[in-house]
Design a protein around this ligand. Structure first.
Ligand code: E4P
Length: 221
């Protein structure tokens, strides 16, 4: 399963990319609004820094305007994935962009029917927002399970990109279900890296090594 970082923060992107655990990036207008500086410049810098796919979201709502934005965003780099909202015009945009070999990520997916239609229109990725479903008392992970099952049954090549992830268990469950990608805010990646028993075990090893250094004053690797 691929791991994307769900952020527009370049420092975070650099930090986790250096660990070799980031396959791509997803951004949206809200994430860009949290960063200082010109959002267009930020998007371009992310695209240049990352080799993997970078989802950049269009903000227009009519077909012509959406196409114009999508084509402009696609020119930022070969790795750009145009993020398109799940609307009627959005589906037309997905069809037109994918016919031009431009990758798309259909965002704000809240039902398996929406995912099926986005795939049919030619989406490269569909993004079910599972945390936002949990927030209203629906089981977000059930949606992932449904989409994965439907895509597998019909050999659909559109990738399931699990979004709106709130905690590490969402990641484990998505992986067990066979999701292609999860996109994670940096704090969730932190929680996945850390474990109290790892910290405890490391303290013990380092303390024992200090004891050895006292017994052998010229100890060096
Ligand atoms: C995904 O592409 C979205 O940017 C993101 O996962 C939305 O998550 P949120 O519900 O935490 O805003």
């Amino acid at each position: 399963m691929k791991i994307f970082l769900d952020t527009a923060n370049l420092d975070s992107i650099k930090k986790y990319s250096e660990m070799g655990i980031v396959d791509g990036i997803t951004t949206n207008p809200t994430l860009l609004s949290k960063e200082k500086g010109n959002p267009i410049q930020t998007m371009k810098e992310i695209v240049q820094y990352i080799n993997g796919p970078v989802s950049l979201e269009i903000v227009a709502s009519t077909f012509d305007e959406m196409m114009d934005e999508g084509l402009k965003l696609a020119k930022y780099g070969k790795n750009v994935v145009v993020k398109v909202p799940m609307t009627m015009d959005g589906l037309k945009v997905v069809k037109a962009l994918s016919s031009n070999d431009i990758k798309t990520n259909v965002t704000l997916i809240f039902s398996a029917n929406q995912a099926l239609l986005a795939a049919k229109a030619g989406a490269t990725y569909v993004s079910p927002f599972i945390g936002r479903l949990d927030d209203i008392g629906s089981e977000g992970l059930n949606l992932v399970s449904e989409i994965v099952q439907i895509f597998a049954s019909y050999d659909i090549s559109t990738q399931v990109l699990v979004a709106s992830v709130r905690h590490p268990l969402h990641v484990i469950e998505s992986a067990k279900m066979g999701a292609d990608v999860v996109t994670l805010p940096p704090d969730i990646l932190d929680k996945m890296i850390r474990h109290p028993l790892t910290d405890k075990g490391l303290d013990l090893f380092l303390n024992d090594w200090k004891k050895l250094e006292k017994e052998h004053p010229d100890l060096k690797f």
